[in-house]
Design a protein around this ligand. Structure first.
Ligand code: NAD
Ligand code: TYD
Length: 360
């Protein structure tokens, strides 16, 4: 079987669904169920005999070792993390703890687990570290996209914590021969994404007729990757990637934040029109994120050439599917917006800005 850390979160749960739709091999999700972890994301596979779940924290060495001893996996895909840049700016310590120390604990536990494996199992084991393009820092408008050899230059506490964990993983590969693979992907979107991130936040706010807060002038650029394309890439990297290598995964969809929000509004105008005006009337420019990276872009030549992977979704096709999913799952959207999430909205955007009804 394989182990998925952070499998109750956004990308992890999409990966679980993708895996179980294609394979017979069982998997075990190990997840602490923080505010971002949601068992509802896994409800449809909960009674599948190939699926099991352990609630546990990756910073807890005993719990990780017990889990590995019980599951005896042939591979581990490591998603568990604190993942939101704005939260890392307000409270960086949790990012150091989970992303750096948690990854360290996993690497140590896997090292000793492998030492106890039969030589055959030891040889085939794989540790896939799921990382981000944000470790590479920011690009100017005409800079070439990030490649696997672009130097790390993280600008947020989140990006620094992911870069640190990648370097620990690399060091374990070099020093102890741990069979590590690392992937760096761009911004994901799709089903089950917690509504603190740009796209689900805008959908959720538009449906509730609340303002749509665009940071600064909205001209920052991200490369949007549909989560289903990302999950396919991760399976390819896990199964056919070269151990010790890094692979960048991007969607070939560079867009400004304003373009993304305008697209969401245009689609909602068709699917869920407001009584008067456009959803775009709700867009408000709010103070910029400190240290806000201007542009991310990914060069996907390596994964295309070595593993034959290409994204299948354009932004136009992926965002239609994504909106259809959120509109088709009002209970999920309602349940995910718990008291804790509302507290975050108040703290981060301020009640006066965020909770005020959008101009009619
Ligand atoms: P997410 O915040 O939606 O989910 C994170 C999951 O990890 C949650 O289920 C949470 O409960 C779990 N978790 C957090 N701390 C834990 C701990 N100490 N022990 C065990 N479990 C813990 O994140 P996501 O968007 O699904 O991202 C998954 C991974 O992909 C992360 O490593 C993130 O850095 C990386 N990534 C995400 C994106 C993106 O666009 N979402 C882009 C690039 C890279
Ligand atoms: P986000 O989804 O937080 O991902 P990341 O910071 O990892 O790229 O943000 C995507 C972009 O959208 C980023 O440039 C910040 C911007 N943004 C807003 O303009 N308003 C918002 O309310 C949020 C959450 C993000």
């Amino acid at each position: 079987m394989i182990v998925i850390t952070g499998g109750a979160g956004f990308i992890g749960s999409n990966f679980v669904h993708h895996w179980l739709s294609e394979r017979d091999e069982p998997l075990l999700v190990f997840d602490a169920l923080t505010y971002a972890g949601n068992l509802e994301n896994l409800a449809s596979v909960a009674s599948d005999p190939r699926f099991s779940f352990i609630r546990g924290d990756i910073t807890d060495r005993d719990a990780v070792e017990r889990m590995l001893g019980q599951a005896r996996p042939r591979a581990l895909v490591h998603f568990a993390a604190e993942s939101h840049v704005d939260r890392s700016i307000r409270g960086p310590q949790a990012f150091l703890k989970t992303n750096v120390e948690g990854t360290f604990v996993l690497l140590e536990a896997v090292r000793s687990y492998r030492a106890q494996c039969e030589p055959r199992g030891r040889g085939t084991f794989r540790f896939l570290q799921v990382s981000t393009d944000e470790v590479y820092g920011t690009l100017g408008p005409s800079d070439p996209p990030f490649t696997e050899t672009t130097p790390f230059a993280p600008n947020s506490p989140y990006a620094a914590s992911k870069a640190a964990s990648d370097l620990w993983a690399r060091a374990y590969a070099q020093t102890y021969g741990l069979p590590v693979l690392i992937s760096h992907c761009s911004n994901n979107y799709g089903p089950y994404q917690f509504p603190e991130k740009l796209i689900p936040l805008m959908i959720h706010h538009a449906l509730e007729n609340r303002p749509l807060p665009l940071y600064g002038d909205g001209s920052q650029i991200r490369d949007w990757l549909h989560v289903a394309d990302h999950c396919r890439a991760l399976v390819e990297i896990l199964e056919r990637g070269r151990v010790g290598e890094t692979y960048n995964v991007g969607g070939r969809n560079e867009l400004t934040n304003r373009e993304v929000v305008d697209t969401v509004c245009r689609l909602l105008d068709r699917l869920r029109p407001r009584p008067r005006g456009s959803h775009a009337d709700g867009i408000v420019e709010v103070p910029d994120r400190p240290g806000h990276d201007r542009r991310y872009a990914i060069n996907t030549t390596k994964i295309e050439r070595e593993l034959g992977w290409m994204p299948r979704e354009t932004f136009a096709s992926g965002i239609e599917k994504t909106l259809a999913w959120y509109l088709g799952h009002p209970d999920w959207v309602r349940n995910v917006t718990t008291g804790a999430y509302r507290e975050w909205l108040d703290l981060h955007y301020g009640t006066d800005r965020s909770e005020r009804p959008a101009p009619a």
